[in-house]
Design a protein around this ligand. Structure first.
Ligand SMILES: Nc1nc2c(ncn2[C@@H]2O[C@H](COP(=O)(O)OP(=O)(O)OP(=O)(O)O)[C@@H](O)[C@H]2O)c(=O)[nH]1
Length: 281
């Protein structure tokens, strides 16, 4: 099995920057991908955050299963973490401002009492690469100030951004943990575009994708790749070979894997959520 494992230098630097900057802000927005909320969290981050107020923002909700996203938001809220889901490309994001004001209501009231008016709430935005930090920040500040890219690792330096009358935002680079304990997490991250395409084996990720859809939404596979009912009984490997032929690539399953992953990322196989809510203990 291909092991997805890496820790580029700029990620170590990003982690250091978060540690340094955490003291300067009032609240942290922890961005996670709505399609894999837990798998796209960074375990090191929780340790660093400690008592800093934070909100879990599930990005790309338009690509995730709506019912499951609601369940995830409820799950986090129930476990004491304020959370909300957004589509940063479309939503007004007023909901984020409201949530921030909500979470910091006591602090804001105290500031008002002391006559400290118009002090901007300092917000730090964190998350793994490609989770949508720059897109969300641009949307909040309504200008194209943070560089947005369709590849992980585009944001490399930090900047303060003014958003509306009340917020000052700190843009930080994406952070990813150095080693995946669980290879499935690596495959989920690879499928959704958090990992550079050169760092994983496409066929492994394509097979994982097929397994997921065979179990959770076989209808979409059938529709997209014109499969017969009986094809759904095939193993993921045989199904990948069949889809390769249907795509007109003969035996070039690497090329087919590539296309399958891209189509899944673009939502051609519909919305999906890869993480399951942990069973109540
Ligand atoms: N469909 C959808 N796409 C989104 C959303 N938010 C961001 N994207 C897309 O996701 C890709 C990555 O977004 P970025 O904002 O560059 O992500 P980032 O976290 O700043 O990435 P790094 O610079 O690698 O840390 C871009 O193609 C965005 O258009 C969303 O809510 N919905």
């Amino acid at each position: 099995m291909t092991v997805i494992q890496w820790f580029p230098g700029h990620m170590a630097k990003a982690l250091r920057q978060v540690k340094e900057n955490i003291k300067k802000v009032d609240i942290v927005l922890e961005l996670v991908d709505a399609r894999l909320p837990e798998s796209s969290r960074n375990p090191q981050l929780s340790e660093i955050l400690q008592n800093k107020p934070n909100i879990i923002v599930l990005t790309k909700k338009d690509l995730a299963n709506t019912v499951k996203t609601k369940e995830w938001v409820n799950y986090y809220e129930k476990n004491g973490s304020p959370a909300l889901a957004v589509n940063s490309l479309k939503d007004s994001l007023k909901s984020i401002e409201r949530k921030i004001t909500d979470v910091l209501s006591t602090k804001i009231a105290t500031q008002k009492e002391r006559g400290i008016l118009h002090k901007r709430i300092r917000v730090m935005c964190i998350g793994i690469p490609n989770v949508g930090k720059s897109t969300l920040l641009n949307h909040l500040v309504k200008k194209n100030v943070a560089q947005v890219g369709n590849k992980p690792g585009v944001t490399k330096s930090q900047q303060w951004l003014k958003a509306g009358k009340n917020l000052a935002l700190l843009d930080t680079p994406g952070i990813l943990w150095p080693k995946f304990e669980d290879q499935i997490i690596g495959k989920k991250l690879a499928l959704t575009g958090a990992i550079k395409d050169t760092l994983f084996a496409k066929d492994d990720v394509a097979l994982y994708t097929l397994e997921h859809f065979l179990k959770n939404n076989p209808k979409k596979l059938t529709e997209r790749y014109h499969l017969e009912e009986g094809d759904l009984q095939k193993t993921p490997v045989d199904l990948l070979l069949l889809i390769t032929k249907k795509m007109g690539f003969q035996y070039d399953y690497d090329r087919a894997s590539d296309r399958l992953i891209l189509e899944c990322r673009k939502g051609k196989l519909g919305t999906y959520t890869l993480d399951e809510i942990p069973a109540a203990s």
